[in-house]
Design a protein around this ligand. Structure first.
Ligand SMILES: [Zn+2]
Length: 181
């Protein structure tokens, strides 16, 4: 209950001018978000929903559409330029709710900030632990690291790695290079 309460609260809070909430959801988090979507509808707040899914869309719609009266748009990915034009087209008073892995939240948050959304207008719920994945170039394994760490020790081969700023989409990780001595 705690999690749901903290999600709902900001949208309905006293003097907020929230009129519409735009949902950008990873498929894995869709069911968790349905309660929030329904709650907003009951409070006459408009919702617009985009769900990233890899699956056959027909099946998804059959399974989920009847659980909510809202129209759900399915997309195969949240590409930067598409998200940007979607966000750019929103009226003032729209809030954003992002639900999915942290890598997706960070990506969309960055775009939202760049087109002028304030932190208060951006809500999110991470489906995994916050942090970043670092790929060890020595032993080809993955490590978890704090978001702002520049250096880690690979938990698999004990090599000290410089965490590069380079994010590999293919590996869904930052590259960890062997430190030059
Ligand atoms: Zn390693």
């Amino acid at each position: 209950m705690q999690a749901i309460k903290s999600l709902i609260h900001p949208f309905l809070e006293g003097q907020s001018k929230c009129r519409k909430v735009l949902f950008l959801i990873d498929e894995s988090n869709l069911f968790n978000s349905l309660a929030t979507i329904d709650m907003l509808s009951q409070n006459n707040i408009e919702t617009e929903i985009y769900v990233k899914t890899d699956r056959q869309q027909g099946k998804m719609i059959d399974n989920i559409q009847h659980k909510t009266s809202n129209k759900i748009n399915y997309v195969s990915s949240f590409e930067n330029d598409k998200v940007e034009s979607l966000l750019n087209g929103q009226l003032i008073g729209t809030r954003i709710f992002i639900s999915g892995p942290w890598s997706m939240i960070r990506q969309i948050k960055e775009i939202a900030s760049s087109v002028g959304f304030t932190d208060e207008e951006i809500h999110y719920h991470g489906s995994d632990e916050e942090g970043k994945r670092v790929y060890c170039v020595k032993c080809y394994s993955y490590n978890k690291a704090e978001i702002d760490s520049n250096e880690i020790t690979c938990s698999h081969c004990n090599t000290v790695l410089d965490v590069s700023k380079h994010f590999s989409k293919r590996l869904d990780s930052y590259l960890g290079y062997i430190q030059a001595k």
